[in-house]
Structure formats: structure tokens, C-alpha cells
Design a protein around this ligand. Sequence first.
Ligand code: GLN
Length: 196
Amino acid sequence: MIAGVISVQGAAPEHVHALQDAMAGLGLHGEVIAVRRPEQLASVSCVVIPGGESTTISKLLLRLGLYDPMVRMGEEGVPILGTCAGCVLLAREGDDEVERTGTALLGLMDMKVDRNAFGRQRESFEAPLDIKGMNAPFPGVFIRGPIIERTWGRCEALSTYQGRIVMARQDNMLATSFHPELSRDSRLHEMLLRML
Ligand code: GLN
């Protein structure tokens, strides 16, 4: 089994380590690769889209030919985890800033995001989060994170912080406002691998 981390910009190496920990935790034998080329995507069973700058990541996905295969894989049921900027990219609808910057969202999850909702208040903070399906709080690390303003259709909110949605799931896809790769807790990456 090969897990891929989109590695065009942003916090990719931490996700590689978190996935390796999650595989070890679940007793899975596999490999984690940094994805920069479309042919690498063909070999992976699940994908992480990391945090970073969503406009830059979207431009690079298009330029490197990763955009269309990612949309196809999401639609075909390949498990995908998008964190922070990755959460923004998974959304079907963005905010004014997404519009103004011409950010090409993948549009795979029925949710609307507010791109820098947490950034305007504080640059970064940590908060324990109750996540549906987990029996103990998850340490949420927020760095200029988006919020999920609303979900519809098959998209379900899995966690809220101060009444705002910070994690959602739609079938094979998970999106988080926070950075699970920075918390030394691999339960969220295990959740992704369990969808395989
Ligand atoms: N809000 C940022 C963006 O959409 C993402 C921040 C992050 O990934 N740490 O580009």
C-alpha cells in the first residue's frame, strides 16, 4: 500500500511522518511518497493535501497536471485528507478571497469555506477538539486556518470549535481546519488509512 502526500508547497514532510506513524500504529505495511508528478498519483491508495497557501497549491496542481487526476480520484472514492489549505481546496465553495485570487478549488466536498477565518483573530493557537468517532479530544493546531461555514448534501460536520465547523467528512474525504500532522497524534491519519 502506498500513501501519497501532495508535496508542491507547504507542510508536506510532517504529513509523511504522521502517515508513517499511523501505518505503524495500525500494523500496516506500506510506503509514503511525496507526490509531485501525475504518474505518482496512479500508484497511491490514499492522498493527503497539506496546509500551505491554497492559491499557490491550486496553481501548482494545475501546472503540474495534478488537478484533474485529484478530482477524478476523489470522485472515484480514493480516500483523501485535506488539512487547512487542503481543506479549502476540497471545498465546492469559497469566500471572496478565493474568488479574488482565482483559486481553483477541487470542489469535491459539499461545503463552503471562509479561507482565513481564524487567521484574522490570532495567528495560531491550539485547542482540544471533540471529534465524532474519537473517544478522547484531539489536539487541534490552528495556523491561519479556514472555517467550514456550512455543509450540505452528503457532507457531514465531525467537529466544531466555538460553534464553528472545523472538520467534515464526505464519503471518502476528510477536511480539517487544523493541522493534525503537527500534534504528534496520528489518530486522524489512522482515520484516513481505515477508509482504505
Ligand atoms: N488560510 C490559508 C489559505 O487558505 C491556509 C493556512 C494554512 O494552511 N496554514 O491559504
